[in-house]
Design a protein around this ligand. Structure first.
Ligand SMILES: [Zn+2]
Length: 673
């Protein structure tokens, strides 16, 4: 049996001026230790002297770095940021060196020798295989010449990717629209208009300045009644960083993306893959590019018929309500929103009173407690970084199994959005067990004098989502940090628990627990819930088709081997999926940051892939009973507890009794075919 380690970072004792020196020393001592590990294991590498020793170094680095990275996100200041930025460069360089170390690779490879490997348990075997794969993907196993070429291609891709991003950024900044007559902005919500006014003031202009900044663009396209203005803005956006539109040729990414696709193909071939998609997919849950294509095509054939009906309905609505005869791309968001208003009329203001944060939180803990046999209780927050921070312990039958911090409210110097981060991973050290600890961060509206913090329904969903990541991290039963919680989980499966948890925000039974009007105490009325669901699913076929177009474009481009022409590829996909209006000047691929400047190359499909997994997992509860203890126990044991000790597909099959199917996702999205 293990004794529990209770140490937590002392967030108040962190001094920005000492951070860099601390990490310099730590990294140096790690490098020395790695030399020793290699030397010791050269004669006879073993699980203990190699894998466990390496993991101990990882854990030490993560334990030290997690609070720094966290504080920099939530209570940043210039000194902390500088220390953070300088240190992370050194840490990245250190990790790159380790990841490319031939002696380490050779040592790990010796563990795959027959009798040695057979003596390891399945979790240990997976850790060894995963580690070897990672080395090979880094080109470590190549001969000297190829290895050099591999590193060149990597460096080139990093460079091209940053040029790509800069072009998109510059093209985005290059376009502005100065508006002096507020009547032109009719329909745009007041807060967005206020931002446009501030933007104008900052540049010493009267009136309003519209930009292609995402918030401004989305708000205008969704709400601005002036169709000509929407068209102008749409054209500017759809032609960013291309040979078309208002800044044609100035920030053109046409050649950069082709160069990137060529370099990626060469890189993948060097390490033995047929194309870049296969290289990208190899460590993921999907097994091949072909499987991904079949997956996406399958969804196209299911979503397209409904999308066709939706667009017909929208054409009708456009004609009768707005006098628009020919539907154009710049009408789609606008009309969807108008249809939503006229059909379902659910405003945030109507919903928020039902969701005071303390009620949502208590209800969520109750739902989770009943599902996974745990209790969640607030404790005094030890050494927290801000007065808003609260701290909780998760216990099972009296025994503490995990802990987390919750920093719920928006404030200055805090990064926007919501996320879960790892503070401590679960792992055993000798006969001691370190418990997992999570940071949960949100940006909800703080309470005011007369009113508690009230959440929109979207924010409630966000809280459940992040808590799902948290549960994955905290309810794990793995004893190696490398395999614990979300660590090492296939990239396209890691959203399963988080998206799974979102489902409880749409169920009547759980809504009774998580909603209570802050003045009347009434739970969210059934009728309002039904309107909310209908509003969510309005034009869901069209929305899914759009995601599918992105996914198909990504996978097509990364399975081709030469003569890349992203625009032609986009058009051919649209001719297959297409019923939506498009313009000849559309150069979307040249601004497709997810795949050319983000981590999503040959991975865009994962959004829908993970949704299929989470919807199908939730469908097991729908079939067997939402409160069926056997189902939730199975979800806990086969999914939440296993971390990356088993492959995602095996874990899913064990829970579901079969491979994933996409019916539940389509049904939840209101797609009927
Ligand atoms: Zn997530």
């Amino acid at each position: 049996m293990y004794t529990t380690i209770h140490d937590l970072p002392d967030h108040q004792a962190i001094e920005p001026t000492r951070i860099e020196g601390f990490f310099d020393e730590l990294l140096q001592s790690h490098e020395n230790e790695i030399d020793e590990i290699v030397a010791n294991s050269q004669a006879r590498p073993s699980w203990d002297n190699l894998m466990l020793s390496l993991e101990a170094l990882d854990v030490a680095l993560n334990d030290a770095w997690a609070p720094i990275s966290h504080l920099n996100s939530v209570v940043s200041n210039p000194d902390l940021r500088a220390a953070h930025d300088n240190s992370i460069k050194k840490i990245t360089a250190y990790e790159t060196r380790i990841g490319q170390s031939r002696p380490l690779y050779d040592a790990v490879r010796q563990l795959t020798e027959k009798t040695t490997f057979a003596a390891l348990n399945p979790s240990q075997q997976k850790m060894v295989t995963d580690s070897l794969k990672a080395f090979q993907r880094n080109g470590v196993a190549l001969n000297e010449t190829d290895r050099k070429r591999f590193q060149e291609l990597r460096a080139k891709l990093t460079e091209l990717s940053s040029q790509f991003a800069n072009n998109v950024l510059d093209a985005t900044d290059a376009w502005t629209k100065h508006v002096t007559d507020i009547a032109l902005l009719e329909g745009i919500p007041a807060p967005s208009v206020a931002v446009a006014k501030e933007t104008a003031q900052r540049r010493d202009l009267a009136g309003y300045l519209l930009t292609l900044d995402m918030a401004c663009y989305a708000s205008t396209m969704t709400h601005c009644r002036n169709r000509a203005l929407r068209e102008e803005m749409y054209e500017a956006y759809a032609t960013r960083a291309s040979d078309q539109g208002p800044s044609a040729g100035e920030y053109d990414n046409s050649h950069i993306v082709v160069e990137m696709l060529n370099a990626r193909t060469e890189l993948a071939e060097l390490v033995g893959f047929d194309n870049f998609a296969e290289y990208s997919i190899d460590p993921k849950m999907a097994t091949s590019a072909n499987e991904v294509k079949v997956f996406l095509d399958g969804l196209v054939s299911r979503a397209a018929p409904q999308a066709r009906q939706e667009i017909e309905r929208m054409r009708e609505f456009a004609r009768t309500e707005w006098g628009i005869d020919e539907l154009e791309p710049w009408d789609l968001s606008f009309l969807t929103e108008r249809m939503r208003e006229s059909l379902y009329d659910v405003a945030d203001a109507e919903l928020k009173p039902y969701f005071p944060l303390n009620v949502v939180e208590r209800g969520m803990f109750e739902v989770v407690g009943a599902l996974f046999d745990v209790e969640i209780a607030a404790k005094d927050a030890p050494a927290a970084w801000h007065d808003d921070v609260r701290y909780f312990e998760i216990t099972r039958r009296g025994e503490t199994i995990a802990r987390f911090y919750l920093d719920a409210f928006a404030r200055e110097k805090k990064r926007g959005g919501a996320w879960m981060a790892d503070c401590r991973s679960r792992r055993s050290i000798g006969n001691e067990m370190a418990l997992p600890v999570a940071y949960l961060t949100c940006n909800f509206t703080p309470p005011t004098k007369g009113q508690p913090s009230l959440l929109t329904h979207t924010e409630v969903v966000t809280l459940f989502h992040e808590f799902g990541h948290g549960l994955h991290h905290m309810l794990t039963q793995q004893k190696y940090a490398t395999l614990a919680g979300i660590n090492g989980v296939e990239w396209d499966a890691v959203e399963l628990p988080s998206q799974f948890m979102e489902n409880w925000c749409w169920q009547e039974a759980s809504l009774r627990k998580i909603s209570s009007h802050f003045e009347t105490g009434e739970a969210l009325p059934k009728e309002l819930l039904h309107r909310l669901i209908a509003a969510k699913n309005l034009n869901s076929g069209m929305a899914m088709l759009r995601q599918l177009e992105f996914g198909l474009l990504d996978i097509e481009l990364h399975t081709q081997l030469k003569d890349f022409d992203p625009i032609a590829t986009m058009r051919s996909i649209r001719s297959r999926t297409g019923m939506m209006p498009h313009k000849d000047y559309d150069r979307m691929p040249l601004g497709f940051g997810h795949i050319f400047a983000g981590g999503y190359a040959a991975g865009y499909y994962s959004y829908l892939w993970a949704e299929v997994l989470s919807a199908d997992a939730f469908a097991a509860f729908e079939e067997e009973g939402l409160q069926n203890p056997q189902t939730s126990e199975r979800f806990l044991r086969e999914i939440l507890e296993v971390g990356s000790s088993v492959k995602a597909i095996d874990m899913f099959k064990k829970f579901r009794g079969r491979a994933p199917q996409n019916d539940a996702l389509l049904r939840h999205a209101g797609i009927q075919n």
